[in-house]
Design a binder for this molecule. Structure first.
Ligand SMILES: [Zn+2]
Ligand SMILES: [Zn+2]
Length: 140
């Protein structure tokens, strides 16, 4: 995928719209306890360039979920908009917001050691424990 391809996305109510540039057509699923509490299930995201264009910013509420990361949501409809590292370097947007049919491939399942037994994702994505994620990327 060309690096400059942009994809539009929006929240459920439409108050917030976005344009993002995914780094690749690879998706990551996070099974960590915080992501599952945030969304009620695993978080499946596309990693995007940090120069995301957001409109409807007055409806965007940011929650600082840890010392290193923040999570944003639409204050009207509750749609989860992004997860990002506060120091920069990582912007993850839930794939369900983006107006695209793919092709996408689930490339990684991370924090697999925190995944409960009551669901399982199909496919041959690389599965990494939390410790392996920290060793590889330095932060979740
Ligand atoms: Zn909304
Ligand atoms: Zn997570």
């Amino acid at each position: 995928m060309p690096d400059n391809e942009t994809i539009n996305g929006r929240c459920l109510c439409g108050a917030v719209t976005m344009r993002v540039r995914p780094h690749s057509r690879h998706l990551d699923a996070c099974h960590c306890t915080m992501c599952r509490r945030w969304g009620g299930g695993p978080l499946i995201v596309a990693h995007c360039a940090e120069d995301m264009e957001l409109s409807g910013g007055e409806h965007v509420t940011t929650y600082v979920s840890s010392d290193w990361a923040e999570r944003a949501f639409c204050s009207r409809c509750g749609t989860h908009l992004y997860y990002r590292l506060r120091e920069g370097g990582l912007l993850a947007v839930p794939i369900g917001l983006l107006e695209t049919d793919g092709p996408w491939r689930l490339a990684h399942e991370i924090f697999i050691d925190e995944k409960p037994d009551y669901y399982e994702l199909a496919g041959d994505a690389e599965r990494l424990t939390g410790a392996e994620v920290l060793a590889r990327y330095g932060s979740p």
